[in-house]
Structures are given as C-alpha cells and as structure tokens.
Design a protein around this ligand. Sequence first.
Ligand SMILES: Cc1cc2nc3c(=O)[nH]c(=O)nc-3n(C[C@H](O)[C@H](O)[C@H](O)COP(=O)(O)O)c2cc1C
Length: 403
Amino acid sequence: MKIAGAVNIEDLRQEAKRYLPAMLFDFIDGGAEDEQGIARNRASFDAYRLLPRYLRDFSAASQSVTLFGRQYASPFGIAPTGSAAVFRPDADLLLARAAARADVPFVMSGASNGLIEACAQAASGRMWFQLYMTRHRAHDEDILRRLRDAGVDTLVVTVDSEARSRRERDLRNRFSFGSFSFKPSVVCEALRHPAWLYSYFSNGGMPTMENWVRYAPPGSGARDVMRYFHSGLPGMPRWEDVDRLRRLWPGRLVLKGILHPDDALRAAELGVDGIIVSNHGGRQLDRAPATIEVLPAIVAAAGDRLTVMLDSGLRRGADMLVALALGARFTFVGRATLYGLAAGGQAGVERAIAILRDEVDANQRQLGCVDLRDLGHENLWKDGRITAASMPAVQPLRKEERK
Ligand SMILES: Cc1cc2nc3c(=O)[nH]c(=O)nc-3n(C[C@H](O)[C@H](O)[C@H](O)COP(=O)(O)O)c2cc1C
C-alpha cells in the first residue's frame, strides 16, 4: 500500500508494522503489563456518541484553534516521542517539517536524536520542547538557553515517565535502546525488513542524541552519549523541581502526565501555564484511568486557571472532538504520527495529519459546529443521555485537605 492510499491511522499502523522489525514496531505499539490502559484509552473514547445538530449553517466551519495566544490550523499537535530516528533517520527533523507544513505544534522529546536548533528552524516557530531534568544542572540550564536562542517558548515537563514500567512486549523481545545490538535473533528479524535495514545502516546505524553530544565526554559514540544522558536522570521529578524550573524558565511551562485534579490545581498554584492530561498512551501505569475519564474533573478543578490539553489513545478526528467537548483546549497524538513516520517518513507524518484533519472536518460539519470552542457536553451522548448533567467522577480535595 502506498502512503497516499492510507485512509485511516490503522492503515498507517499496518504499513509501519510491515516496514519495521517486530521489536521496533512493538516498542511503538505496546504498553505496560496487560495493555489494559491502551484498551481503556480506546474504549473510553468509543463510549461517547457525538450528537449531531443538523439544519444549521456550517459553511464557515473552521478547525483552527488559538492556544497560548497563537493560532494553529488544527486542534491537535505532535506529542514528544524519543529515539524516533531508529525508525526513520532524521525523524525529529521530518516531524518538525511536517508540523510546519501542517501548521500544528511539534513537541520535541528530551530523549530525541535531532538537534534543537535545526528542528526549531524546521518547525518555523511551532516547536515546543519536552525537558528531562537531569542531575547535570549546568547542561539543563544550557539547554534552556539554547531553547530561548532558538525561539522555543513552550517547555513541557513529563511527570510520569521516569519510574520504570514493565512493557511486556519489550521484555519478551529483550529490547531496550541501551542494549540494542545485532545479535542473531535481531539479524534474522531485520533481514525480513530489508528496506528498514538498508536505511538504518546507510545512515550510520544507531542514531546519536545530538543535543547531548556537546555535554558527553569528548569522543563519545552514540551509545556513550545515550549512557551519559541516562546516567544523569535522577528519577521522577518532584514539585520542588517544577518550582525551580518555573523560576528559571520565563516562557510557557506545561506539565505532561497529570491525571489527578489536585495535581492540576497544585500546578496552577505554582504558576504552570498548562497541563497535558496524559497516561503516556498506556505505556506507564497500566491501571491508570483513561484520560477522557478524568478530564471533566480536572477541567472542573483547574480549567479556569491553566490550559488543559489531553493525549493518550487518540486515533480519530472524532476522538479530538470528544476531548474538546469535555473541556480540553487542545489534543496531542503520539503513535498516530509515529506510525506515519515509520510507514513513510515525512510524507507518512503528513498523511497522518491530513487524515486526522479530514476526520475532524467531516465530524465537525456533521455536528453542525462552526467553531470548535462551541463544543460542549450538549454535543455528547453517553449512557442513554446527553452528558450535560453528569458530574465529574473525581472531586478535587478541598484546599485544607490537600498536602
Ligand atoms: C515510541 C514512543 C516514545 C515516546 N517517548 C516519549 C518521550 O520521550 N517523552 C514523553 O514525554 N512522552 C513520550 N511518549 C508518550 C507520548 O508523548 C504520548 O503521551 C503518547 O504517545 C500518547 O498516546 P498515543 O500514542 O496513544 O497518542 C512516547 C510514546 C511512544 C509511543
């Protein structure tokens, strides 16, 4: 199948599966433990029906969204995904270019391979950066300086990824980036995916974390740079780290991975500008709630104090409309654009974005919605009723009850 022939994200997923060796496809596609979280993410979107309002004039319908004072062409952006150059060389640049062409934000991962300066230029003002705070504070501060110099004004701190999670597909495949080598089982599998194998070796094999080359000991190879980066990761960030970063970073600060209304409130109290309600696409805590389940409670608790965004499990434009109707201001996709990247490089990412954009448009018009800001509970049908009357499942603690 040619990329242009892909009609939905699942088609791109199948193409990515054909292109990549199984252990790499599983790394993208898989999640923690029983992968209940992945299934729950999907089921929670599917539990909502969109309630159309026909007979309206929607000729002026637009899906553009204003976020942090800037207009984007669609209500979704590209979530940070580390090590993507293993799937396609120059992955971060390709993602950045596709984001620029589609006029959507691209969040560069702190564990990416590309160079901040080059990707920011390719994204033409649409790049955000996800920082891993390390023990190497001077390096972190240098990265902040480089981001400012490159014109990046939005910093994302991921709160859920530094605790170990058990991804059983990776355990069975004995796969980790740190120990990825061409042992016989890998060679056999790679030979069945010759296009990937050729591309991998003709681009120098294991890609380097370019941002960290200047900080690692001189002469470090790709693996040494990766080891140096990982050796500095101190574990889960804490509130005091957020506080410190808030004082260091003059731009917009976003926390990614918030699932509890109280944490959303606490973030607001520390001066954080936005949160991405996320369960890391089901890759971290398998029993975490779906983001759609906790979104209403988070919006009720803190939606007037910071910008609430959401990711995890979005595969359709209709999923985005459900998230917006429940109060999210914006959404992100991780795997959807990664499948596109693996399937066809920049053209594959652009195809993924075009598919999602087209789906948003078709569903928005069916809903009779001219401006996405008008979406609300009255557009949703769940459990036999319009959801307007439903109460958040989790109530935030009163201030005096919070630690
Ligand atoms: C292969 C892969 C790598 C990821 N790497 C990162 C990362 O470096 N930093 C981060 O904050 N999130 C990372 N994520 C999580 C995504 O940013 C996002 O939260 C998740 O993919 C959303 O769920 P979805 O894939 O169902 O859209 C990664 C996800 C995948 C699939």
